[in-house]
Design a binder for this molecule. Structure first.
Ligand SMILES: [Fe+2]
Length: 338
């Protein structure tokens, strides 16, 4: 995986050296970014932005929920100009405090409405889809479930893996609560447990367990299997698919950005957000982090559907509504999953 990442980071930097991006500006000022995205994933993006614009970026890396909390506590005194979140819910939590500035119209218009704040306060940078992974040897294509709710049927007993402690799984449960209500969500969680759903600590072990023959289906994010196929073997014995269009099991969460209203470097902040949504940066994400690009015209990597198809498959859940993590954690605890 690292070798693969490194290769694309190299290609990305080589493109810039070859003049695919404008030469370095004289002095682009400074910028403070709180990044809930890990350094190993996004350091090349920051490096290229600095090189291209001459902007000096101070980056505070951390876990997304903790950075969101920090920004809320710092309020108008926060040194942050930009918050780059791993998840829509944390953007919503900051937005609820009224801390984001309006994003310029050209930035908003480059991203589909489904992947930005309805009031124009944050925009997605990449899409992260929930999928159904399965063993093609033990699951017939024609018998794959059309809905995540089907997984409580007896034919799936003891065959499904999930990761209740994982942040993306929890965002999916929040989406289910918003779309189907508390009671139906509780019933689904209880029925899955009764049907022998196996809990894993995170997404990657779910996929390894399918490959090892321990389970036949799993509920991870889309990029884990793509990572295994790229890094290890295109014949890796696991496949993935979406549920029927609009099913909550297809939740498309985002990593996204908002500009802090109290930030001192508004121009640089807007320049940075435009850079993240530029074809070059979007191509890097599609090729290297294997996430979904959110602008038009980027060549999606193997195993990704087109942006328009992704929008069609996504459930009708407003990403602004995923800010209610506490109630999801309480629900998961009450049914014994945390
Ligand atoms: Fe992840």
């Amino acid at each position: 995986m690292n070798g693969y990442r490194g290769l694309f980071a190299w290609v990305f930097l080589a493109l810039s050296a070859a003049g695919a991006v404008p030469a370095r500006a004289e002095d682009g000022g400074r910028l403070v970014v709180y990044s809930g995205r890990s350094k190993s994933l996004v350091a090349p993006v920051f490096a290229l932005f600095e090189k291209q614009t001459g902007t000096r970026v101070d980056i505070k890396y951390g876990k997304t929920p903790e950075l969101a909390l920090m920004i809320r506590e710092e309020g108008a005194r926060s040194p942050a100009d930009v918050f780059w979140s791993q998840d829509a819910g944390a953007l919503g939590a900051v937005q609820n405090e009224g801390l984001f500035a309006d994003l310029p119209a050209d930035i908003l218009e480059s991203v589909p409405a489904a992947f930005r704040h309805s009031g124009g306060k944050w925009a997605a940078v990449t899409g992260r889809a929930r999928v159904l992974t399965y063993s093609p040897a033990r699951a017939k294509p024609e018998s794959l479930p059309k809905s995540v709710f089907d997984l409580t049927e007896a034919r799936f007993k003891g065959r499904v893996g999930w990761a209740p402690a994982n942040a993306s799984f929890q965002a999916f449960v929040t989406a289910m609560r918003k779309m189907h209500g508390e009671e139906k969500t509780r019933q689904w969680l209880v029925a899955m447990k009764a049907n022998g759903a196996r809990a894993f600590p995170s997404n990657a072990p779910i996929i390894q367990a399918i490959a090892a023959g321990e389970i036949d289906y799993g509920l991870p994010n889309h990029y884990y299997l793509l990572g295994f196929k790229k890094a290890e073997d295109v014949e890796f014995p696991v496949e993935q698919t979406f549920f029927a269009a609009g099913d909550v099991g297809n939740l498309v969460n985002v990593a996204g950005v908002g500009i802090l209203a109290a930030g001192k470097n508004r121009d640089a902040a807007e320049r940075f957000v435009r850079f993240l949504l530029s074809p070059l940066a979007q191509q890097y994400f599609a090729s290297d982090t294997l996430e979904y690009p959110v602008i038009d015209g980027v060549i999606a990597g193997t195993g990704l559907v087109s942006r328009d198809e992704l929008v069609r498959l996504a459930p009708p859940v407003t990403l602004d509504d995923l800010d209610d993590l506490e109630a999801t954690l309480a629900l998961l605890r009450s049914v014994g999953l945390l």
